[in-house]
Design a binder for this molecule. Structure first.
Ligand SMILES: O=C(O)C(=O)C[C@]1(C(=O)O)C=C[C@@H](O)C=C1
Length: 384
């Protein structure tokens, strides 16, 4: 990825103080592709083969003739096999056999998002958001899907932090309209319910109906867990706010459909993978970045101007405190020592990294950003 730095404005005078443009942790100037030793090189490209290959490498067992001087290696089966044409068709484009990790139980909206992106995928339920990242990093899943923001309660901050802590690349986005249903055991009527369980966002978004019912609200990790809990414990006084698919999976009845306060509650999910995709310009692409700036008047204005000057539309801006260095100390001769919160800025913009405008904008931002990382460049989801 060639970056061209242009001095369109007079403020690009700080030289290259940034530690280098980072494409998910690797400076672009001397970027070497991150490759897993076993990837596609041994018995196939499917995930199982990959995990097996990795295991062989880690056990320390001798699978190399050089480890057994003067003898033939006994473990011939574990030797790498050459790739064949079949290896390249194991994971077709329609999503067959792609394994997608998500947080929650089957029937959750995150699983719906995974199925929207890859209709024939195998979904891998995880306990925590962090586990969805680890599943991909450890080759237990090919990709992860995680919610990043929704139209009723805004950003899911924890996931912004995890994007930076981990080294996965954003390779796609999924927009999903949630249809919240009130579920209960078969035979139970709405007026018998004393409490309703769900994910806090689903409960908050169904406030009007739940208030009318006069029920207590109980938070659980995800909407499908609520349905599963009611069903598996045979709770006759408890309902769940979850999807129609969760009702089917856990054998619950739908007492009311579309109970959300707003007609459309949209959640935007990100798809993460170990490797970035090749940016294109023949369809609409988005790029997500994170950066830090020095303290000073107008620095954020300058940072945003690199996009405005090139007519690049920003679709999202989010700031998060820098957890490891929360306070910035500034010595000021007039006012003494000031301490400010130090922030990371996350921006999504509507341009592909293959577009010279995006390359120039990032080259320009790099001139004065103290840190810059491209989190991913991916096709926009314009569907619902
Ligand atoms: O609880 C679920 O079903 C989820 O997939 C999680 C989640 C979220 O984390 O925001 C996703 C979308 C729904 O609107 C509610 C909850």
């Amino acid at each position: 990825m060639a970056l061209e730095c242009v001095a369109v404005l007079g403020w690009g005078d700080s030289g290259s103080r940034a530690s280098g443009l980072v494409f998910n942790g690797v400076r672009n100037s001397n970027r070497t592709p991150r490759k897993c030793v076993c990837r596609g090189g041994f018995s196939g490209l499917s995930g199982d083969s990959v995990i097996k290959s990795a295991d062989n490498q880690n056990t320390g067992k001798s699978s190399n003739v050089n480890d057994v001087p003067g003898k033939l290696c006994k473990d011939l089966i574990s030797l790498p096999k050459p790739l064949t044409v079949a290896d390249f068709t194991v994971t077709p484009n329609d999503g067959t056999k792609v394994r997608i990790s998500f947080k929650g139980l089957p029937g959750s909206f995150s699983e719906d998002a995974a199925l929207k992106a890859y209709p024939k995928c195998e979904t891998v339920p995880c306990d925590e958001f962090e586990d969805t990242f680890k599943a991909v990093e450890l080759w237990l899943a090919d990709k992860a899907v995680l919610p990043i923001e929704n139209s009723s309660s805004g950003s899911i901050h924890r996931n912004y932090d995890l994007l930076l802590r981990h080294r996965l690349h954003i390779v796609g986005e999924v927009q999903l309209a949630a249809n919240f249903c009130l579920l209960a055991l078969p035979g139970i009527k709405a007026d018998q319910l004393k409490r309703v369980l769900s994910h806090p966002q689903a409960l908050a978004s169904s406030d009007i109906v739940l208030t009318q019912l006069g029920v207590a609200r109980e938070n659980v990790d995800d909407t499908a867990s609520a349905a599963q809990y009611v069903a598996s414990n045979g709770l006759r006084d408890a309902g769940a706010v979850a999807s129609a698919r969760a009702a089917e999976i856990y054998g619950l009845n739908i007492l009311a459909d579309r109970i959300q306060d707003e007609p459309d509650i949209i959640t935007r999910f990100l798809v993460l993978a170990r490797d970035p995709i090749i940016p294109r310009t023949d369809k609409l692409f988005k790029t997500s970045i994170v950066f830090t700036l020095d303290e000073g008047p107008g620095v954020l204005f300058k940072a945003l101007a690199v996009f405005a000057l090139r007519e690049i539309n920003l679709t999202k801006i989010e700031s998060r405190p820098q957890r490891k260095r929360p306070l910035r100390v500034v010595d000021d001769s007039n006012t003494g020592t000031a301490k400010y919160f130090d922030y990371l800025f996350y921006i999504d913009f509507e341009a592909s990294m293959a577009d010279p405008r995006a390359q120039n904008a990032l080259g320009h931002l790099q001139e004065f950003a103290t840190f810059l990382r491209v989190l991913g460049c991916y096709p926009m989801d314009a569907t619902l």
